[in-house]
Design a protein around this ligand. Structure first.
Ligand code: FAD
Length: 508
């Protein structure tokens, strides 16, 4: 990986001048952004079309974007991405392709429970409650998290008719309509807040969690639909007696950052792509001709301009909005107009005996009504092996989002004090932490607010009509790692097809 963009550009110009004719005439593709979306795109592109000269520009001095792992005093910390979901294949497939099988680590089954905070105490989420619907009635009937009326209102869901309109609906409106306001406020809002950090009264159900809209459309009742799909999943599990089994979430024992690092290393060592660090794209123009027929001119922050036959942009949405302004105005407007929230992750470590009210679970979520600014917390030392030395507890607390945006701007020491005070109140922690760490990600989470589906449809129409230009990243159709990998795969396939390569969809 090259660090000095200028030296690199000069070196490359010289190299190009001396290169044999066939190498010099290779078509050039620029991938912008060295986060997981851009790296996955470069990887897929190099596999479909090894003849292409793929160059990845990354603005900073490292690859991985928001992904970052570190070791402090024997504790393994994941600054942002902690793990990825395995119900969709894209991240898992990529890990396998890169030889990570031995490092895939399942969550510790002994601590499967999630807790919900109510009046500063932790109560288990009713067993079988999945994001926004119960699958088991008895735990719902006995949970102290809901009042008797709230429980009755939930049970009514089984007989409520389906909604006729197909218009986008907010998560808050959907859940309140199906399960009642209490279940929304006390169970669903904290769970969704922990994932998106956004405002559930503005988040589009169809753009964020479309499978629940689909359940209502197909089966009318969410409870009934979830029970049905669980039965089916159990049957499939029984039938598939062979093959590796993975938990719902997986992590990498070497740290999540080893995924983008290995991708970048393999791209370079196998001559699939060049990864150029400290190279920020600031301007994108058509070389001439309509719709990029003669290629694209890309200028970096040092003022150097290069011509490419195709450009795949996998930067965060604000940068994509600025770059696409003159070449794809609708895409530019949608990207620039995407609201984003920021999150801070605070790691705290204690000796086990300092935690006076421990709970055995993966973590907890916090409803906004608790008013403590926390979104959620994970018990990292329970969740995965080898995250913390024997006899210690490692906590990972999420703050920020739409709920407490000042967490991203107040001094770090103030944020740490605030989180520590809340942690003491929740878990009865005494004494000072053995280790603490704060990582902040301003504007890192795009919010798919109402109107998102139409915006993405318009964006896709414009890009489909603009050959050799593509977009990937977490602003499109999912913020999780698997969705980002898929967005990279899809964008690579579009570019390859536009350049005339036969593309077998990675599909699944
Ligand atoms: C705190 C936090 C926790 C998360 N936890 C999880 C989790 O546990 N599981 C999960 O599945 N997902 C999680 N996510 C979501 C997921 O990590 C992200 O959506 C995903 O990593 C985004 O990848 P990306 O490549 O699209 O963007 P980024 O990681 O933002 O990468 C974009 C890259 O583009 C570069 N760039 C910017 N501008 C330019 C330019 N002009 N030219 C060149 N390069 C440029 C940036 O420097 C950056 O490296 C989490 C996100 C956050 C913030």
């Amino acid at each position: 990986m090259t660090n000095n963009a200028n030296e690199n550009a000069i070196e490359r110009e010289n190299a190009d001048a001396n290169a044999p004719q066939n190498a010099a005439s290779r078509r050039r593709v620029a991938v912008l952004g060295g986060g997981i979306s851009g790296l996955a795109a470069a990887w897929r592109l190099s596999k479909i079309a090894p003849e292409l000269d793929v160059v990845l520009w990354e603005k900073t001095g490292r690859v991985g974007g928001v992904i970052g792992s570190k070791q402090i005093d024997g504790f393994h910390l994941e600054a942002s991405v902690d793990n990825f979901i395995t119900t969709v294949p894209w991240a898992l497939d990529l890990c396998k392709e890169l030889g990570f099988e031995q490092e895939l680590t399942s969550t510790n089954n002994r601590y499967r429970r999630t807790f919900v905070v109510r009046k500063r105490r932790l109560y288990p989420l009713p067993d079988g409650f999945m994001t926004m619907a119960p699958t088991k009635l008895y735990p719902m009937a006995t949970t102290p998290l809901l009042s008797p009326l709230g429980k009755l209102r939930c049970a009514l869901e089984l007989i409520l008719p389906r909604r006729r309109s197909t218009e986008e609906e907010s998560i808050a409106a959907f859940v309140t309509r199906r399960l009642g306001r209490e279940a929304f406020e006390r169970l669903v809002e904290p769970l969704v807040g922990g994932i998106y950090g956004g405002d559930a009264s503005r988040l589009s159900l169809q753009a964020t969690l479309p499978r629940f809209a689909e359940m209502e459309r197909k089966d009318r009742s969410l409870i009934w639909s979830m029970k049905k799909s669980q039965k089916k999943a159990k049957r499939i599990k029984r039938e598939e007696e062979s093959g590796a089994r993975y938990s719902f979430f997986l992590t990498l024992s070497s740290g999540m950052e080893s995924l983008p690092r290995r991708l970048a290393e393999r791209l370079e060592s196998e001559n699939r792509a060049r990864v150029e660090l400290n190279r920020e794209a600031v301007k994108l123009e058509k070389a001439s001709g309509a719709n990029g027929a003669d290629g694209w001119l890309l200028t970096d922050s040092t003022g150097k301009t290069e011509r490419f036959d195709a450009v795949l942009c996998a930067t965060p949405s604000d940068a994509a909005g600025a770059l696409f302004r003159s070449v794809a105005p609708i895409t530019s407007e949608v990207c620039a107009g995407t609201e984003r929230t920021g999150t801070a992750i605070v790691h705290l470590a204690f000796r086990n005996e300092q935690v006076k009210r421990p709970v055995a679970g993966m973590g907890f979520v916090v409803p906004p009504s608790e008013g403590n600014g926390l979104l959620a917390g994970s018990f990292s030392s329970f969740k995965y092996p080898s995250r913390a030395p024997e006899g210690t507890t490692l906590l990972r607390i999420f703050v920020g989002g739409a709920r407490s945006p000042d967490s991203l701007t107040i001094p770090e020491s103030e944020l740490l004090d605030r989180v520590l005070a809340e942690t003491r109140a929740l878990l009865g922690v005494e004494g000072e932490p053995l280790m603490s760490d704060v990582a902040r990600f301003p504007n890192a989470m795009p919010q798919y607010y109402l109107g998102r589906l139409d915006a993405i449809r318009r964006l896709r129409e414009e890009l489909a009509a603009t050959p050799t230009l593509a977009l990937a990243g977490n602003a499109l159709e999912g913020v999780g790692l698997p969705a980002c990998v898929k967005s990279g795969n899809d964008a690579a396939e579009k570019i390859a097809a536009d350049l005339g390569f036969a593309v077998e969809k990675s599909g699944r």
